[in-house]
Design a protein around this ligand. Structure first.
Ligand SMILES: Cc1cc2nc3c(=O)[nH]c(=O)nc-3n(C[C@H](O)[C@H](O)[C@H](O)COP(=O)(O)O)c2cc1C
Length: 368
């Protein structure tokens, strides 16, 4: 019997991938732009992730599957041996603290700039530029119209995801999360605002989802499907994303993924354009996806607890709260105050705003 009123919620043990985990608090993927120019995670990342090893699962920051997939400065990758070796030190540190870590695998597609590709245009499903500006090493620059991938290149890109998944396993990750959210390449294929293809990767919802499903299939064959998660953001308009029938698109994706035997489906529930009316209640995708559901976006302790307690979702991922609180599960368990995130250091280099968020002072008093 537990005196903890939260025992039925966030602090109920659960099963995630091949692990029994002590609670339902996942660390959401967080890009921090502190890797080397060669895509090798910095030595600072070792401590940063190890500090957060009490998560039920850490999902790493977005990690490029190939050179053509890079779209932000100083982001890590998994296409060279040096990158694998850099990540190996991170995964060993997390495992040394008893944690579990998946690599978030991403291709940025059109959310990139020629300056990352020796002057060559970024690639995308269709030659449609996203609105706004790319974050480059020389500051913000307007997005360019990308070059549409040929069908053979699409197949090659699926293989890039599979190769990166193999490298993730070689680097000691416990699994991978396919980044299908926030307007990057997988999302660009899924939604009709960015996919005007007329071949087998575009047109109907089934064809637009083919790239995602081919990536899932190829990655699952390399790692085991129960080591693969997928992240989707059905309501997000970030990076100019739009779909004319979002409910149908994402219900199809959820229903199809339901049969894949994945570790989990990770949904971002909030629209990035704050206040934009939601077209549908994202939790209703549960009807189509019966496996482990990780929900993200704007949760605090009470709302996270409630969502788990009602069975609406299985895990909650926390982004900014985990960024600022290396010991977030312990703070939530105790109902302790949280450090506030410092936005000014989200995407800057260095240890400040990265390694210096304090953990709670260890309380050794009886009952502490
Ligand atoms: C600094 C920062 C970096 C992020 N990087 C990623 C990323 O690499 N991959 C991703 O899928 N989402 C990324 N996100 C989104 C977060 O995973 C999460 O969805 C968002 O912070 C909302 O969750 P929260 O309300 O708990 O903070 C990032 C968010 C922030 C604030």
């Amino acid at each position: 019997m537990s005196a903890n009123p939260a025992a039925g919620g966030l602090f109920r043990p659960g099963i995630l991938s091949r692990f029994t985990v002590p609670h339902r608090i996942v660390m959401a993927p967080l890009t921090r732009n502190r890797a080397g120019a060669d895509g090798v995670p910095s030595v600072l990342a070792v401590d940063y992730y190890a500090q957060r090893a009490s998560a039920a699962l850490i999902v790493s920051e977005s990690t490029s599957v190939s050179a053509s997939g890079v779209g932000y400065p100083r982001t890590p990758a998994l296409f060279t041996d040096a990158q694998v070796e850099g990540w190996r030190v991170v995964t060993e540190a997390v495992h040394g603290r008893g944690g579990r870590i998946f690599a978030q695998l991403c291709h940025n597609g059109r959310v990139s700039h020629p300056s990352f590709h020796a002057g060559v245009l970024p690639v995308a499903p269709s030659a449609i530029a996203p609105p706004g500006q790319a974050m480059t090493t020389e500051g913000l620059q307007p997005f360019r119209v990308p070059r549409a991938l040929t069908a053979a290149e699409v197949e090659g890109t699926v293989e890039q995801f599979a190769a990166a998944a193999s490298r993730a396993m070689a680097a000691g990750f416990d699994g991978v999360e396919i980044h299908g959210a926030s307007g990057f390449l997988v999302d660009q294929f899924l939604r009709d605002g960015s996919n005007r293809r007329t071949d087998r990767y575009g047109g109907s919802i089934e064809k637009r989802a083919r790239f995602l499903l081919d990536v899932v299939e190829a990655v699952g064959e390399r790692c085991g499907f129960d080591r693969v998660g997928v992240r989707l953001s059905p309501l997000s308009h970030v990076n100019g994303m739009f779909d004319s029938t979002p409910w149908e698109t994402f219900a199809f994706a959820a229903a199809t993924l339901n049969t894949a035997g994945l570790a989990y489906l990770h949904l971002m529930r909030r629209n990035d354009a704050a206040g934009t009316p939601q077209h549908f209640r994202i939790e209703n995708l549960r009807r189509y996806y019966r496996g482990v559901l990780v929900m993200n976006g704007g949760y605090d302790r009470a709302s996270g607890d409630e969502a788990i307690r009602t069975g609406e979702v299985d895990f909650i991922s926390y982004g900014t709260a985990f960024l600022a609180n290396p010991d977030l599960p312990e703070r939530l368990r105790r109902g302790a105050p949280l450090n506030a995130p410092d936005k000014a250091t989200f995407y800057t280099g260095g240890a400040r705003g990265y390694l210096d968020y304090p953990a709670l002072a260890h309380d050794t008093s009886p009952g502490g």
